[in-house]
Write a protein of this length. Structure first.
Length: 144
């Protein structure tokens, strides 16, 4: 069984402001860094963009299981069903996440302290600082 682990983070300089996402993706000991500059948007959109990138990459890589780590309590609690997605602009992204999630045999998400998510945070900030474009396979309509 192909099992992947991913640490995700989104960042926004201002809310809204220049934003980016970072994903540290580990599949069978092979680590990949996935980043993307999103332009001007909110921190929550950036967090969800990182999640979409991780899920998309897992599905495209043929993973059957994804264990995901995020320091965004909102993101984790919404995916667990403990919090509702109230912001209208996040609903389409949330539905996309659910669709991607269904394509995996198993998906787990964990809330971790910021200190345990430093690499993903650094990637998200690098995406902003260097205006690094998202990978060609990453598709997400960014609400403004």
């Amino acid at each position: 069984m192909s099992v992947a682990r991913a640490w995700v983070d989104g960042a926004s300089r201002g809310n809204p402001g220049d934003a980016g996402f970072g994903v540290l993706f580990d599949l069978d000991g092979h680590r990949e860094e996935i980043v993307g500059f999103l332009g001007r948007t909110t921190n929550n959109v950036a967090e969800y963009a990182a999640l979409v990138a991780a899920l998309t990459h897992a599905v495209e890589s043929g993973c059957e299981e994804l264990e995901l780590f995020s320091d965004s309590q909102l993101l984790v609690r919404q995916l667990e069903g403990a919090y509702r997605v109230k912001a209208a602009h996040l609903v389409p992204i949330f539905l996309r996440v659910l669709s991607l999630r269904r394509r995996l045999e198993r998906f787990t998400i964990h809330h971790v302290p910021r200190e345990q998510n430093r690499e993903a945070d650094a990637l998200a900030n690098r995406a902003i600082d260097q205006r690094e474009p998202a990978p060609a396979w990453f598709e997400l309509e960014i609400p403004v």
